[in-house]
Design a protein around this ligand. Structure first.
Ligand SMILES: NC(=O)c1ccc[n+]([C@@H]2O[C@H](COP(=O)([O-])OP(=O)(O)OC[C@H]3O[C@@H](n4cnc5c(N)ncnc54)[C@H](O)[C@@H]3O)[C@@H](O)[C@H]2O)c1
Length: 271
């Protein structure tokens, strides 16, 4: 469906790793809707090769950057403005990684060096992205910045580990920075809280298969897919959502407001 929702808009998309990535789907959808943009990921992720396929498909240059490194971010934004021919209209922050999860450290046995690194990558990098954009006046008025999050920021999911704390911090940044970006530059900042999605990061969470099936049975509309998340994100980048800012927006088929579903009751009912 081509609505040309992003025609004439310039963007930067962080976090496309492979075809499963939510950022990958956002890039494909943004391209379909007429946007031009650059793609960025860590130098290692860029070297892995698959990003070049997306780059060719969307005619989007790749600029390697570690999102925890302010100098790298400055370079991403200045190069993007140069390559795209003007200031930026939309940015996607689709970045997450927990070393405690990766190395199997339980939440009650956190390794604090891992915690600090994971927090820098998954949460503080969002502040860094916003601060560099803000200081360099890199965004056009009515621009839109979106970061992806998960409901473990509000409710406990035991195996989500320290990512729950990182997401709570990330969502708070959207509110706090969103105030200044709205007031002084007319730019909106939001987080989208997405259903469990089978991606490299998603599948890294212990017990993911059982959990995604549970979420599917709990959600009146079923889990939201990566493609559906891309549609919603593009809507948030478009001019149709100009007054939405400082929000955490649930995109989860109704999971977050469901106490229990008939399917889950049935699973626990003795005949
Ligand atoms: N998959 C899910 O179930 C789910 C649900 C809700 C929210 N999210 C969020 O969606 C976002 C995207 O994750 P995904 O599920 O598409 O998985 P993914 O593994 O495809 O994407 C994560 C990305 O983060 C990048 N990254 C890691 N360290 C980085 C750094 N230092 N600098 C720049 N980039 C870095 C990785 O290279 C990768 O591209 C994350 O914020 C994740 O927490 C995912």
């Amino acid at each position: 469906m081509e609505y040309n929702l992003l025609k004439g808009k310039r963007g930067i998309i962080f976090g496309a790793l492979n075809e499963m990535s939510i950022a990958w789907k956002v890039a494909e959808m943004a391209h379909e809707q007429g946007a031009i943009f650059t793609l960025t990921n860590t130098p290692v992720a860029c070297r892995m090769g698959t990003l070049n396929d997306l780059s060719e498909k969307c005619n989007a240059p790749v600029i390697p950057a570690d999102a925890t490194n302010v100098k790298d971010l400055e370079e991403v934004f200045s190069k993007s403005i140069e390559l795209l021919g003007g200031k930026i209209d939309f940015v996607l922050h689709s970045i997450g990684m927990s070393l405690n999860v990766r190395k199997g450290c339980h939440y009650t046995e956190e390794n604090y060096e891992f915690t600090a690194k994971g927090w820098d990558i998954s949460a503080l990098s969002f502040h860094k992205v916003l601060q560099v954009l803000y200081k360099n006046d890199a965004m056009n008025e009515w621009g839109s910045v979106v970061a992806l999050t998960y409901m473990a920021a509000q409710r406990t999911f035991p195996d989500y580990n320290d990512m729950a704390d990182n997401k709570a911090y990330l969502e708070s940044i959207a509110r706090s920075f969103g105030y200044f970006f709205g007031k002084n530059k007319k730019v909106r900042v939001n987080t989208i809280s997405q259903s469990p999605t089978p991606t490299t990061a998603g599948k890294g969470v212990k017990g993911f298969d059982g959990f995604i099936t549970y979420a599917e049975k709990m959600s009146p509309l079923g889990n939201a897919t990566a493609l559906e998340c891309a549609n919603y994100t593009v809507a948030m980048f478009s001019d149709l959502t100009r007054k939405v800012t400082m929000q955490n927006l649930f995109h989860d088929g109704g999971f977050s407001n469901t106490g229990v579903s008939q399917e889950v009751i049935s699973a626990f009912t003795k005949e």
